[in-house]
Design a protein around this ligand. Structure first.
Ligand code: HEM
Ligand code: HEM
Length: 179
């Protein structure tokens, strides 16, 4: 088999798609739940979904990064030019960093604000932070800024992936699909 054509291992593929679906649900949930004038039950449901799924995403990301460390991804095929390798590498690092920063800043924003995270509360995992308006506000700015960076990187990432899948058909797509 040519180097670069064997693709990601199955657990890496599963984690990619599970996390992708969850993130693609988290973003609209986050954007909608902060709108003014939403019916209260809708807003509450979105907040509960967003906070608790965000915590699960954090755990999945830790698992994914540990797996990646243990089983590094296969090398890209030689047909991919140097600047695209670099672009892919930088984008992937950016996505990983943001997917760690997002749940942590969300957690800090909520806990320093003195709010519940229902799943953790039910498990008896109390807050790790004191209540602090200043900390909550700082974390909120990080969360919102990083949310927009994340959306931009996902846009770039999906555009590149579709280009490989539909136009170049160079085998990059089948490195990660099917799970
Ligand atoms: C639904 C649209 C998506 C498509 C079509 C897609 C497609 C792909 C493809 C084809 C690869 C393999 C690239 C390679 O062979 O090197 C990949 C890798 C990756 N994707 Fe996605 N992806 C999507 C969504 C996402 C989302 C939402 C995220 C994160 C927020 C994400 C994060 C990543 C990361 C970090 C890698 C690199 C994996 C690694 O090398 O460790 N993807 N994606
Ligand atoms: C990968 C994980 C996450 C993603 C992609 C994400 C994404 C978003 C987005 C797009 C927004 C809307 C930003 C805006 O325009 O106001 C938002 C808001 C928010 N998120 Fe997250 N989030 C994540 C994790 C979390 C977690 C784990 C928590 C809490 C435990 C959380 C709590 C919040 C809160 C409280 C807001 C409202 C911010 C405000 O006060 O305006 N998020 N999130």
């Amino acid at each position: 088999m040519m180097p670069g054509t064997e693709g990601y291992r199955r657990p890496a593929r599963w984690m990619h798609w599970l996390i992708a679906v969850l993130v693609l649900l988290m973003i609209p949930a986050g954007l909608i739940m902060v709108q003014k004038g939403l019916p209260r039950p809708v807003q509450d449901t979105l907040f509960i979904f967003h906070k608790n799924t965000g915590v699960i995403l954090f755990l999945l990301m830790v698992l994914r990064l540990a797996y990646r460390w243990r089983y590094p991804p296969p090398p890209l095929p030689g047909s991919v030019p140097g600047w695209q390798r670099l672009a892919a590498h930088v984008t992937h690092i950016g996505l990983y960093v943001l997917l760690i920063v997002m749940p942590i800043s969300g957690y800090v924003r909520v806990r320093a604000g003195g709010f519940p995270i229902e799943g953790l509360d039910a498990l008896g995992i109390g807050t790790l932070l004191p209540k602090s308006e200043a900390l909550a506000t700082a974390a909120q700015s990080v969360h919102i800024t990083c949310a927009f960076l994340l959306m931009a990187l996902i846009g770039l990432h999906v555009a590149a992936a579709l280009q490989h899948a539909l136009i170049r058909r160079d085998g990059i797509w089948s490195r990660i699909w099917p799970p």
